[in-house]
Ligand binder design. Structure first.
Ligand code: MLT
Length: 410
């Protein structure tokens, strides 16, 4: 008799964004003509920029010529891309890395979900609350979370609440934890940490031999000068942090798939005898076993964003989305909502009005004005009473959504 992985029984029925898609579909079945505006899942809507298209086309043409054809590539990614990443993303910020500390992959969702595999099951995991659900769900699947309590928290996970009381910025764990997931600019709250605010986390990790799993998928949306784009800008972070980046939001690759993870060779975790092991070697071992790399044309397309024209083209797209973010902020403020985020991130985190729960607000928006957002409760217990809108829609839909929300009666 085949046995199921019992840990899966501890998961919520559906992944958050699948549940939202299910509810939208149910509404559409009843109202086939409804003109629904989707500002829920953070999926981009602008096309790939011309430089990326040329890069992809060059890559495809090479695959069609026997002289330049490529079979399996390096599992860790092509060096032409990792060298560009170092040159453009890190060196200008004073961070030196070796190409073999960069792992090109097909997404930060996969990497942030898979990274826990290289850590023992007895590690104590800390997450901010609200949180991108992948960090929690992947640890539940592995058996690191324990049972789900009636309060919406897993018994073995340490939750670091981000509430209005602490300015939506997590406080250091009061107990000893081993793995800390941080995401800045934050999904879902859109908040950021300065270097000074990030430093105590690095110090905590160094003092406790803990590891920070730092998701910086939204770093290209940072507008303010004093916000770090990489955790490695903080002194000592190269000893304790793994960083996840993505081309999904930076360059419109949600459907194309390309990302990278930085695992410095100096980041160690310990075996039962207390001997330190380089996580770089373990992640390489994991990836070479389970992953055959991102396709060559896609990596060629990603590398194209680092040309002068490519950089300016993707900056333009980011400006487009951040103008949407400003419109959402203004629209919501004009309607009297309390809002956060949307300044250095493409997400706006708003307080649901009155005593509406976040799912009640979701239903109200969908049924009364046909606008879709993401209920805060889907990101964790501290997300209750909040709601997330994304700036990734088209300009027209963003403006129409704001007009509709302004007409809502509470
Ligand atoms: C989100 O809406 O939170 C993101 O789009 C999810 C993701 O990037 O996987």
């Amino acid at each position: 008799m085949a046995k199921i992985n019992q840990n899966y029984l501890e998961l919520p029925g559906n992944y958050l964004f699948s549940e939202i898609a299910r509810r939208i579909q149910a509404y559409k079945n009843e109202h086939p003509a409804a003109d629904i505006i989707r500002l829920g899942i953070g999926d981009v809507t602008r096309p790939l920029v011309p430089e990326v298209i040329s890069g992809l086309q060059r890559g495809v043409a090479e695959m069609g010529d026997a002289r330049t054809f490529k079979g399996y590539g390096p599992e860790q990614g092509y060096q032409f891309l990792s060298e560009k990443i170092i040159e453009h993303e890190f060196r200008p910020r004073g961070v030196e890395l070796d190409p073999d500390e960069i792992f090109i992959s097909d997404g930060a969702k996969c990497d942030t979900g898979n990274i826990q595999e290289i850590f023992g099951l007895d590690n104590i995991v800390a997450v901010t609350d609200p949180v991108y659900p992948v960090y929690v769900d992947s640890n539940v699947m592995a058996g690191r979370a324990g049972k789900l309590g009636g309060d919406g928290r897993y018994e073995k996970i340490v939750y670091l609440p981000c509430t209005e009381a602490n300015g939506l910025k997590p406080e250091l764990p009061g107990t000893k934890v081993d793995l800390i997931y941080l995401c800045f600019p934050n999904n879902p709250t859109g908040m950021t940490l300065t270097k000074e605010e990030l430093k105590p986390w690095v110090d905590y990790a160094r003092a406790h031999q803990a590891i920070i799993l730092y998701d910086a998928a939204y770093e290209s949306y940072i507008q303010e000068a004093d916000i770090p784009h990489s955790i490695y800008e903080v002194e000592g972070a190269k000893e304790v942090a793994i960083e996840f980046r993505s081309y999904s939001k930076t360059a419109g690759f949600t459907g194309t798939r390309c990302a990278f993870t930085v695992v410095p060779k100096t980041v160690l975790a310990y075996d039962a005898d207390g001997n330190g092991h380089s996580l770089n070697r373990f992640w390489l071992r994991r990836q070479t076993t389970k992953f055959n790399g991102v396709s060559y044309p896609i990596q060629a397309g990603a590398a194209a964003i680092y040309s002068e024209a490519g950089r300016s083209q993707i900056r333009e797209v980011i400006r487009y989305y951040m103008t949407n973010a400003a419109l959402i902020r203004q629209g919501l403020q004009a309607s009297g909502f309390t809002i956060y985020g949307g300044v250095n991130a493409p997400y706006i985190w708003l307080k649901t009005p009155g005593s509406l729960t976040s799912w009640q607000f979701f239903d109200k928006l969908l049924h009364e004005v046909q606008v879709v957002g993401t209920p805060g409760a889907g990101f964790g217990p501290s997300g209750e009473g909040f709601f997330r809108l994304t700036a990734f829609g088209s300009r027209e839909n963003t403006e129409r959504a704001m007009e509709r929300i302004q007409k809502l009666k509470f």
